[in-house]
Design a protein around this ligand. Structure first.
Ligand SMILES: Cc1ncc(COP(=O)(O)O)c(C=O)c1O
Length: 397
């Protein structure tokens, strides 16, 4: 059979499962205890999970589908996207080691490095967001053991030359872990580009409905797979069968949702770019945006998440904009069916080298709504932003 596309493979995984009359989807098997027929069979993994921690049908099918998507020999499930980042770092780093990552790394990942890992003797250093391969490699020390890549970066969306970074790290004996949540395992394949571990928050597009938290970790090399497996086993991480079932259901429609949301996001980004109140839209698929040329070269698709830098304005104007919107929920996370907005300027203060933006930073997540309705909503929001700006300019009575 010819190689099937992602879209077909993610569905064929359901129709090709098992034999005989059966439901399309696996059962939700809620279990701690598993029963065996014979004492000799109690420890036989060939007979299925020995204990609930081993994962039941939905989790097992989800792991297989995720490994296939990522081109990995093994994929693991953990309770959140954050855990998907922290597990491989815990597996690969030892006291005395150093991990290097971008200034634009996801905030809680930074906290994990500077609090948990620092307390345990692992040092973290941060390179400028969007730095060149040479600049990143120049910042490595003798003890640098892992490069943690996030591209595009959180909030400011800088891209990195991942294939070149992976090759340079491999040559130097440095391992690479990539937070690939933005690409959802679809638009970019870290392992095919030489990265050692690909992680993503399945919470976002795979879940797709803002109703579960989960992370996926995928790797190829047996020693890395073993190290990740051991951390998950030793820490006792587990995902619920209900959540695994929901994430598996999400995967079946992931490519269509991802593509539709990206199409609307590009429309919204192009429109925003032309508005006089907007200084800059940070969205790599948008021509002229930060990271556009690397995105074009390496990515097959895009998430529907972008930064919007306003032309001046303070916090009050940003808040007035947000309050005026009726179709964008004010809430964290992304990848669900609904559009969301967050105010991000305060987050930039955690960076050593905060980017020099000409105004306040908002983050938009574009959902599955009609683009015309979203643009009409944003038009009202921009009017509220202008009104707040104008009131700031009025001389006080
Ligand atoms: C880039 C990135 N990685 C990881 C995560 C963590 O995912 P979770 O919310 O499932 O912990 C997030 C969440 O926003 C994220 O934006």
């Amino acid at each position: 059979m010819p190689k099937l596309s992602d879209r077909t493979r993610l569905i064929a995984g359901a129709t090709r499962r098992g034999r005989g009359r059966r439901p399309v989807n696996p059962p939700i098997e809620r279990a701690s205890t598993m029963l065996s027929d014979d004492p000799a069979a109690m420890q036989d993994p060939g007979d299925g999970p020995v204990y609930g921690l081993d994962g039941t049908s939905a989790a097992r099918e989800l792991r297989t589908a995720l490994a296939d998507l990522e081109g990995a020999s093994e994929a693991f499930l953990v309770p959140s996207g954050l855990a998907a980042v922290t597990v491989p770092l815990t597996a690969l780093l030892r006291p005395g080691d150093e991990v290097l990552t971008t200034e634009a790394v996801y905030g809680p990942t930074r906290r994990f490095l500077t609090r948990h890992m620092a307390d345990r003797g692992v040092a973290a250093s941060f390179h400028p967001a969007g730095a060149s391969v040479e600049a990143v490699m120049d910042q490595m020390h003798e003890r640098t053991r892992v490069l943690l890549i996030e591209a595009p970066g959180s909030l400011t969306f800088e891209m990195m030359d991942v294939p070149a970074l992976a090759a340079a790290c491999r040559k130097r004996g440095v391992l690479t872990v990539m937070d690939n949540t933005w690409a959802a395992g679809l638009a970019f394949r870290p392992l095919a580009h030489g990265v050692d571990v690909s992680v993503q928050a399945l919470t976002k597009y795979a879940g797709g409905h803002s109703d579960l938290l989960m992370g996926g970790v995928a790797a190829q090399a047996p020693e890395i797979v073993r190290a990740i497996n051991n951390v998950i086993e030793d820490m006792g991480w587990h995902v619920s069968p209900d959540d695994a079932w929901l994430a598996l259901r999400g995967l079946r429609t992931l490519p269509l949702r991802y593509e539709a949301q990206a199409r609307t996001a590009l429309q919204v980004a192009e429109w925003l770019q032309d508005q006089p109140e907007v200084a800059n839209v940070l969205y790599p698929p948008l021509p002229g945006s930060v990271g556009h040329s690397l995105w074009r070269r390496d990515f097959d698709g895009a998430a529907s998440l972008m930064g919007v830098v306003m032309k001046g304005g303070g916090k009050a104007a940003a808040h007035a904009f947000m309050r005026e919107l009726s179709l964008f929920g004010m809430g964290y996370s992304w990848g669900g069916f609904e559009s969301l907005i967050t105010y991000e300027t305060p987050q930039l203060a955690y960076r050593q080298h905060a980017p020099d933006l000409p105004g306040q930073l908002l983050r938009l997540h574009i959902g599955l709504e009609d683009p015309a309705d979203l643009i009409a909503d944003l038009t009202r929001g921009l009017a509220a932003w202008r009104a707040q700006q104008d009131s700031n300019l009025q001389p006080s009575a």
